[in-house]
Design a protein around this ligand. Structure first.
Ligand SMILES: [Cu+2]
Length: 357
């Protein structure tokens, strides 16, 4: 009895955690997640009724027909009961048929291509970070909006993610916003998200849900659901080139950036003479507006000067990666290497990147 009480108590304690679970699918914040949640509630309700019906029947049978002291007679032996068997075949078949209708309807609705005023975002999964490109949001130089790890989408409007992978299979999963869908190399998969207007202003966490080796557990994603005006403001800011510094420590930082970091990172910059150019290679996250992100390293580190300095000093100490296996000629990148920069160079780089808002 004491054991039963403690198990029930443990169950209640665990259940009480559910009030603040940012990655719970039971707290839907998009039209699509609401559909999934509605389906879950329907199936769970039916299952609950069945569970209690079966348990009550079981307990009643055990108590009522238990062997009593002094009663050694053999119970009546029953073999087959056609009517009962037909009933207990038909009832589950009917229940499954009832569940199948809304299930299939929801599946087809979620799979249907988005229509109307849709925002398209191309998502590329990398070991171990996310690349986001907005092909329809283009700057005057024709360059689309590109960012990493923090996705911004407008509330009340459908965003369709067109997803693929640069290396192995990843899976995009932000439970309050959408179901889970794989990112497969060589294939494009789609997922729709129409955030509720009430979700505007929220930052919703998710993560890669397909084991992709060392950094998998640290491949997080943050979705900023912006009010439409805030989204426009954010997008306009992201299309602005980052200024090439002309004074202060950042000047040296830009030199190191161009010489070392640009091997893997891109930035769209405006030179002092006003010319705009994109420097670097888009192997790692785009750093044009690095300082506009709350976090980095795919959601694992708060974006502060201290964290950034520590990251540039020894990236693998903060996130499991395998840069020793990088093979840039073959396009293989498994992490950011430690370039052994001295503290001054690091401070200059921090100055530069934290000024790129
Ligand atoms: Cu992954």
């Amino acid at each position: 009895m004491r054991r039963i009480v403690s198990i029930v108590a443990l169950g209640l304690v665990l259940a009480s955690c559910s009030s603040n679970l940012p990655q719970s699918s039971l707290n839907p914040k998009s039209v699509e997640a609401q559909k999934i949640d509605g389906l879950w509630i329907l199936v769970f309700s039916i299952a609950t009724v069945i569970f209690f019906a079966v348990q009550i029947a079981l307990i009643v049978s055990i108590v009522r027909w238990r062997r009593r002291p002094g009663d050694d007679s053999e119970p009546k032996q029953t073999h087959g009961n056609t009517r009962l068997e037909i009933v207990w075949t038909i009832i589950p078949a009917v229940i499954l048929a009832v569940i199948a209708v809304p299930t299939l309807r929801t599946l087809f609705e979620l799979r249907a291509p988005a229509t109307g005023d849709v925002l398209r975002v191309k998502v590329t999964g990398h070991q171990w970070w996310w690349e986001f490109e907005y092909p329809d949001i283009v700057g005057p130089d024709g360059r689309p909006l590109i960012t990493a790890n923090e996705l911004h989408i407008p509330a009340g409007r459908t965003t369709e993610l067109e997803m693929t992978s640069a290396d192995v299979i990843h899976s995009f999963w932000v439970p309050p916003l959408a179901g889970k869908r794989d990112l497969v190399p060589g294939l494009t998969t789609y997922i729709k998200i129409t955030p509720l207007e009430s979700a505007a202003g929220e930052v919703i966490p998710g993560q890669c849900a397909e084991y992709c080796w060392l950094g998998h557990a640290d491949m997080r994603v943050k979705v900023h659901v912006d009010a439409p005006d805030d989204f426009e403001t954010w997008a306009a800011g992201q299309l602005e080139p980052a200024p090439v510094p002309t004074t202060g420590a950042a000047v040296g930082g830009f030199e190191t950036f161009s010489g070392v970091c640009a091997t893997c990172h891109q930035a769209n910059v405006r030179q002092p003479d006003g010319t705009v150019e994109t420097i670097g290679t888009a192997i790692g996250p785009d750093l044009t507006h690095f300082a506009s992100r709350d976090t980095f390293g795919a959601g694992i580190l708060e974006n502060t000067a201290e964290h950034l300095a520590a990251w540039i000093d020894d990236p693998s100490a903060l996130k499991p990666m395998a840069p020793e296996l990088n093979d840039l000629d073959r396009g293989r990148v498994l992490g950011m290497p430690d370039y052994g920069l001295d503290p001054d160079q690091i401070a200059e780089l921090v100055e530069l990147l934290e000024s790129w808002k």
